[in-house]
Design a protein around this ligand. Structure first.
Ligand code: IVH
Length: 718
C-alpha cells in the first residue's frame, strides 16, 4: 500500500510528485501519441488523483511540469460523435471471376434487362486505408468524420485539416452542402520512414500502413497527425444538396475539379470481361503502386440505376469489391484448441507457431469444423500453409505433407464438451436427414462455456455494447455466481459491494499466479500501482451498465442471441415489428411462422429458430426479467413519412412490366410496406399484372383491394 497522503513528509511528497509527473507524462505519450496505452483508464485516473491530493496538501511543491497544469484529463471517449447524415456503407466481397459474372447478372436481372443490354461500370482500385467523410458547406470544409459503425463516426476534423489532399476550400461551383467521402492512406515510403524514426526513438512500431493511418487520424493532438504524411483519394459522397453529375464517372470528374485527388487508375468498363481485365491489370501493378490496395471496386456508373438498385442490408446492390487473393505463409501447427461457442458449437482453433503474414503476426487460425480437419487431414505437428485476407480470421489452406513429422496421428475430434463434459453431438436435420457440420455440446444451460459466451455476445458491440465489460469480467462474475443470465448484468449496480469483492479476489488470485511465475518484486510493484483503481473500476462498470438501460429494438433482438439471428436479421425484425411488445406478441401467436415468412429476407430455418426460442419457457422467463430492467425503444419505420403504404401488407402477382418483381418488392419495403407471397385476410393490397391467377380469386374471397401496376406506381408516386 502507498502511504496515505496526510502521512507524507515534504521530502517524500516532492519525490513522489516528481515520479508521478514523469509517469503520467509517459502514459499520456503512449495513449495520445502512440495509441498504445499500457494502463487502464481507472488506473490512470488514480495516478492523477493521487498527484492532485499531494499537491493540495503541499501547494508549494507543485512542479512546473505537473500533470495538473494540463487541461482535460484523459477522456474516456476520445472524440465527439458525429451522426452521418447518410450512413457510410460497406461493400460485398467477390473473390472469383464467377462472383463478378454473377454480380453483373444480378444487376441486369434486378433491372429487368436482357443479357446483352449494356450496363456501364466504373472500375476503381480498392484503397486499403480508412474511410473518412468530409463535409463542405458553401465550399468550406466544416467537419470530417471516421466511418465508425457506419451510422455514427468520430469527429476528426482538426486532424483531417492537416492532410494536404483534403482541400479546406473547394474550387469552382459547389453545392451548398456536399459530403465527399474517400480513403485516408499512407504510402509505403512514408510508412517505412516513420517506423525507422520510431525504432530510433526506441518506441513501438506500427504493423502496416493502414493501422498507421488509422492510428494517426485518431490522435488527440493534431500536430502529431500533421507530422505523419497522409493522403486522401475521393471516391464517393454522402449528403449533397445537389449533385453535379449523373454518373459515378462524372462525380469523380467533379471531385477533381473541386481540388480532390481521385485515383488515376479508375476506368470505365462495359462488359464483365473488361472488368476482369482491369482486375488483372491492377493486380499486376499492385506491388509497384507505392500504397496498399486489397482489390478493386466495380460500381454501376449511372446514378439513376444505382438509385433503382438500392441496398441489401448494409451494402449497395450496385457495387462490389473484387478482392485480391489472401496472403499466405508456412508455419507449424502446435496444437488444436476446442472452444465452445454460445450455441454450444465446438470450434477447433489452430494454435500456430507465430508467423508474419502480410505484416501481421498470426498465432491462431480457424479450422472450421470436424469435417474440415478430416478433409485436410490436419495433424498436430504438421507444417501448414495459412492465409489471411483482410480482417478475417486466418485459415489453414493445406498441410505440407512432405514435412509431416514421423508418428503424427490423425486428429480425433472430441465427442464431449471440453468444458462441461456433456456429450457433444452432430444434430441430424429431420427433413433432409443430413448431419450438421458442427458438433455441439448438449449441456445447454448447465454448460458454463455457453452461458459465458451468451453473456459475452449480449454485451458485445452490435448488441448492448457495454463498454469495458470485456470477456474476463464476465467469466469472473459468472464463476462467482453474480451473473447467470442477461438480466443479472442490470442487477449489478445494486450489488456494488459484492462486485468490488469479487473483482478484488480475482486480482489477488491473478497476482498470486503471476508471483509464482515472475517473482515477487515485479508483481508487488504492479499491484501497488493498481490498488487505488478498484473503486473507480466498479464505478466505471456501473456507469457503463446504466448508460445502456435504454436500447434500440434492433440491438435488443440481436442481444438475445437467438440462433441464426445476427444483426442483419435483428434489424429486419425490428423494422418489421417496431416495438418489443408487438414482436413478442407476434411470436407467441398462432400465426408466428406466417408473420415471419412474410418478411423478405427471413427464411424457414431462421423462422423456425425464432419460434424455438420463444417456445422455450426459460427463454421467456429470462426475457421477462430482462424487460423489467431495461427500456427497449421502438425503431422508427424507414423513411416512410407520407408513404401511403406504410404498415400495409402487399402481394404482387402476375407479370410486372415496368420493373422486376424483386425491384417492386424492394421499393415497397423501403416505403414501409410488408410484401407477402400469398393472399390472406391480412393482405391490404394486391398488385396484379397480366397473367395473374389464383391470387385474384383469393383477393376477391377476402375482399382485398386489387390494383394494376400503373395504379401501384401512381399510389407510391412513380
Ligand atoms: S465505395 C457504398 N470505392 O472499402 C459504397 N470504397 O468495403 C461505399 N474503399 O468502407 C464505398 N476504395 O473504406 C469505395 N474506390 C473505392 C474504395 C472503397 C476503398 C473502402 C471503403 C469502404 C470499404 C468497403
Amino acid at each position: 500500500m502507498k502511504k496515505a497522503v496526510d502521512k507524507l513528509t515534504a521530502g517524500e511528497a516532492a519525490k513522489e510528485l516528481e515520479r508521478l509527473a514523469s509517469e503520467i507524462a509517459g502514459h499520456d505519450r503512449r495513449y495520445h501519441g502512440e495509441d498504445a496505452p499500457t494502463i487502464s483508464d481507472a488506473d490512470y485516473d488514480a495516478l492523477k488523483r493521487r498527484n492532485d491530493a499531494i499537491e493540495q496538501r503541499f501547494p508549494l511543491l507543485v512542479r512546473a511540469d505537473s500533470p495538473s497544469h494540463r487541461v482535460g484529463s484523459r477522456p474516456s471517449e476520445k472524440f465527439a460523435k458525429v451522426v452521418h447524415a447518410k450512413p457510410m456503407l460497406s461493400l460485398d466481397n467477390d473473390f472469383t471471376d464467377e462472383d463478378v459474372v454473377d454480380f453483373a447478372a444480378r444487376i441486369r436481372r434486378f433491372l429487368g434487362m436482357k443479357e446483352d443490354d449494356e450496363v456501364v461500370f466504373t472500375a476503381e482500385p480498392k484503397i486499403d486505408g480508412l474511410s473518412a467523410s468530409l463535409r463542405y458547406e458553401k465550399g468550406v470544409f466544416v467537419q470530417g468524420a471516421t466511418r465508425g459503425d457506419g451510422a455514427e463516426g468520430e469527429d476528426i476534423t482538426a486532424n483531417l485539416r492537416t492532410i494536404k489532399d483534403v482541400p479546406l476550400r473547394l474550387h469552382g461551383k459547389v453545392p451548398e452542402v456536399m459530403e465527399v467521402r474517400g480513403e485516408v492512406y499512407m504510402t509505403h515510403k512514408d510508412f517505412e520512414a516513420l517506423n525507422k524514426r520510431l525504432e530510433k526513438e526506441g518506441r513501438q512500431l506500427y504493423v502496416n500502413p493502414r493501422n498507421t493511418a488509422a492510428g494517426s487520424v485518431r490522435q488527440l493532438d493534431p500536430s502529431i497527425t500533421a507530422a505523419r504524411p497522409m493522403h486522401f483519394f475521393a471516391y464517393t459522397w454522402g449528403e449533397a444538396s445537389k449533385l453535379p453529375a449523373d454518373t459515378q464517372w462524372g462525380m469523380l470528374e467533379a471531385f477533381k475539379h473541386w481540388g480532390f485527388k481521385v485515383n488515376p487508375l479508375v476506368r470505365r468498363a462495359k462488359t464483365t470481361d473488361e472488368l476482369l481485365e482491369f482486375y488483372r491489370d491492377i493486380e499486376a501493378r499492385r506491388a509497384r503502386l507505392g500504397y496498399d490496395i486489397d482489390g478493386v471496386v466495380y460500381k454501376v456508373d449511372r446514378l439513376d440505376l444505382q438509385e433503382r438498385l438500392g441496398f441489401v442490408s448494409r451494402s449497395p446492390r450496385w457495387a462490389t469489391a473484387h478482392k485480391f487473393p489472401a496472403e499466405q505463409a508456412e508455419t507449424v501447427l502446435l496444437d488444436i484448441d476446442i472452444q465452445v461457442g454460445r450455441t454450444g458449437k465446438l470450434a477447433p482453433v489452430a494454435k500456430l507457431k507465430p508467423v508474419t503474414v502480410g505484416g501481421v503476426v498470426v498465432q491462431n487460425a480457424t479450422l472450421h469444423n470436424e469435417d474440415e480437419i478430416a478433409r485436410k487431414d490436419v495433424r498436430i505437428g504438421d507444417t501448414v500453409v495459412i492465409q489471411r485476407a483482410g480482417d478475417v480470421i486466418p485459415q489453414i489452406v493445406r498441410v505440407v505433407e512432405e514435412k509431416r513429422p514421423r508418428g503424427a496421428k490423425p486428429y480425433q475430434f472430441p465427442h464431449e464438451c471440453p468444458v462441461c463434459r456433456s456429450h457433444a453431438v452432430r444434430e441430424v436435420d429431420e427433413k433432409t436427414g443430413k448431419e450438421d457440420v458442427d458438433r455441439r455440446c448438449t449441456g445447454g444451460l448447465i454448460c458454463p462455456a455457453q452461458a459465458v459466451e451468451r453473456l459475452r455476445h449480449f454485451v458485445s458491440r452490435d448488441a448492448f455494447d457495454i463498454e469495458g465489460f470485456g470477456g474476463t469480467y464476465i467469466e469472473t462474475l459468472h464463476e462467482a455466481g453474480l451473473l447467470k443470465e442477461p438480466a443479472d448484468i442490470f442487477a449489478l449496480p445494486r450489488k456494488q459491494t459484492q462486485l468490488a469483492k469479487v473483482l478484488a479476489e480475482k486480482r489477488a488470485e491473478q497476482s498470486a499466479e503471476r508471483r509464482a511465475r515472475e517473482g515477487k518484486d515485479a508483481v508487488e510493484a504492479r499491484s501497488k500501482k493498481k490498488d487505488e483503481g478498484e473503486g473507480k473500476l466498479v464505478e466505471n462498470l456501473v456507469a457503463a451498465i446504466e448508460r445502456r438501460r435504454k436500447i434500440g429494438l434492433d440491438r435488443f433482438i440481436n442481444a438475445l442471441g437467438i440462433r441464426h439471428v445476427g444483426d442483419t436479421t435483428a434489424r429486419l425484425l425490428a423494422r418489421n415489428f417496431h416495438a418489443i411488445g408487438a414482436f413478442v406478441e407476434a411470436m407467441e401467436s398462432d400465426d408466428a411462422n406466417e408473420q415471419l415468412s412474410a418478411i423478405g429476407g427471413i427464411g424457414d430455418v431462421v423462422a423456425e429458430a425464432i419460434k424455438d426460442f420463444f417456445d422455450e419457457k426459460h427463454n421467456r422467463k429470462a426475457l421477462d426479467r430482462l424487460l423489467k430492467e431495461v427500456e427497449v425503444q421502438e425503431v422508427a419505420a424507414p423513411k416512410t413519412s407520407g408513404s401511403p403504404v406504410v404498415g400495409k401488407t402487399v402481394v404482387f402477382t402476375g407479370t410486372l412490366e415496368k420493373m422486376t418483381r424483386q425491384e417492386a418488392k424492394a421499393r415497397a419495403e423501403a416505403l414501409g410496406a410488408k410484401v407477402a407471397g400469398s393472399v390472406s385476410k391480412k393482405t391490404d393490397l394486391v398488385v396484379a399484372g397480366p397473367g395473374a391467377g389464383s391470387k385474384l380469386a383469393e383477393a376477391a374471397k377476402h375482399g382485398v383491394e386489387v390494383i394494376d401496376e400503373d395504379g401501384w406506381l401512381k399510389l407510391i408516386g412513380g
